[in-house]
Ligand binder design. Structure first.
Ligand SMILES: *Cc1c(COP(=O)(O)O)cnc(C)c1O
Length: 373
């Protein structure tokens, strides 16, 4: 019995991804042990924050780092840092930044909801979001004309939530930022590559600790030393309301250690998903294929196309059936409305792909039986 069932909650099989609503990541036992050992002891928090910053810097290749309670707090803290810097009087005034350089430029197709509103997180850090261009089309000129003497930073998001076409590239934004001497903040919350954005010239990069890193609920900011020192300073301001605990910091550091020595497991993902596709190949109305992540990450999922006429059930109803069962199975269903569901191998615990295939078989044959009656 899992700890969640002990408290009366349903068992969940997560085939959906690193989803905050399903608890993001199930951490490795080494990380879990680190969390528990840290929770049962004392530490000088200031020293811990500095040590975590050094660890983050080492893994990301940045000058310095700052641990956070998540990527969303990281957005608010980084925004406050570029506006208030290390000036305690200003730090204590955020999110009221009237009269300061407080405008944050965001391409309209990057103004998204990642589970919560990105512009709201920027506003929480005292940033005034200036959206440029249109939702599906931004030209370099839109960005250039958005810049004025009140511009505090350019903000770039790398995410499947963002519009993938018609936006200006990171390269272009970095070039503008360098030319105008404005910092660029990158939200790379769910990205797998912890070095790429720093190496590409971003001044501040934000990651989630609970996604690709498979750490506990936490996050990290990395980047230029002066800006990261300003991030640390925000813990005397708005950061206090988003405090990251000692156990989460140690869990994060342990996950960073593990990440450095992690082998590529994409072949394992491919094997598991090919097994699942093959297992479902004789189920009427379901066609499976292996697809790579839509944002180009090294993730391989099984894509199931449901033909309602043959299967006797559409993808949306299949998803509902899977989620209503016990254990509840959550698939990746952004495209269920057009008959497609995806199975994400990353969050699956051992042998759960077998539970998924047998449950799908069961649901389809149930539909067939009803049809015959
Ligand atoms: C998940 C996500 C966040 C929030 O991350 P948390 O660690 O849950 O706070 C922010 N931005 C993007 C693009 C995300 O995908």
């Amino acid at each position: 019995m899992s700890i969640y069932q002990k408290f009366g909650l349903r068992k969940i099989i997560n085939a959906s991804g690193k989803m905050t609503v399903l608890g993001a990541s199930a951490v490795h036992s080494e990380v879990a042990q680190a969390l528990s050992a840290a929770a049962m002891d004392y530490v000088d928090i200031h020293e811990l924050m500095i040590a975590a910053g050094r660890k983050i810097a080492q893994v990301t290749g940045a000058e310095n780092g700052c641990p956070t309670a998540g990527a969303a707090p990281g957005i608010a803290i980084a925004t406050a840092a570029v506006i208030a810097g290390e000036n305690l009087t200003l730090v204590e005034r955020v999110p009221n930044t009237d009269g300061l350089k407080n405008e944050i430029i965001l391409q309209k197709g990057h103004s998204v909801n990642f589970g919560a509103s990105l512009p709201q997180m920027i506003a929480l850090g005292g940033g005034k979001v200036v959206e440029v261009g249109q939702a599906n089309h931004v030209e370099k000129d839109h960005i250039l004309r958005g810049i004025n003497e009140k511009t505090a930073a350019l903000f770039y998001i790398k995410s499947h939530h963002a519009v993938q076409k018609g936006m200006q590239s990171l390269e272009t934004i970095v070039a503008i930022a360098k030319e105008r001497n404005i910092p660029i903040i990158v939200d790379a919350a769910a990205e797998e590559d912890f070095k790429y954005y720093i190496a590409s010239g971003a001044d501040i990069v934000i990651y989630s600790g609970g996604k690709a890193l498979e750490g506990p609920t936490s996050g990290l900011i990395c980047g230029r030393d002066d800006l990261i020192k300003a991030c640390h300073m925000q813990y005397k301001g708005i950061g206090r309301a988003m405090k990251v605990g000692k156990e989460a910091i140690i869990g994060l550091m342990t996950a960073l250690d593990r990440y450095e020595s992690k082998e590529d497991d994409s072949q394992g993902q491919i094997n598991r998903m090919n097994w699942l596709i093959n297992e479902l190949s004789n189920v009427p109305g379901i066609k499976g294929s292996l697809v790579q992540d839509e944002a180009g990450r090294d993730i391989y999922r099984a894509q199931l196309t449901i033909d309602e006429k043959i299967a006797g059930i559409n993808a949306v109803a299949l998803v509902e059936n899977l989620e209503a069962g016990n254990p509840a199975i959550y698939t990746r269903n952004y495209y269920a409305n057009i008959g497609i569901i995806n199975i994400d191998p990353r969050p699956l615990l051992m042998d759960q792909e077998k539970v998924i295939t047998s449950r799908i078989r069961e649901i389809i044959s149930e539909c067939k039986r009803k049809e015959k009656k």
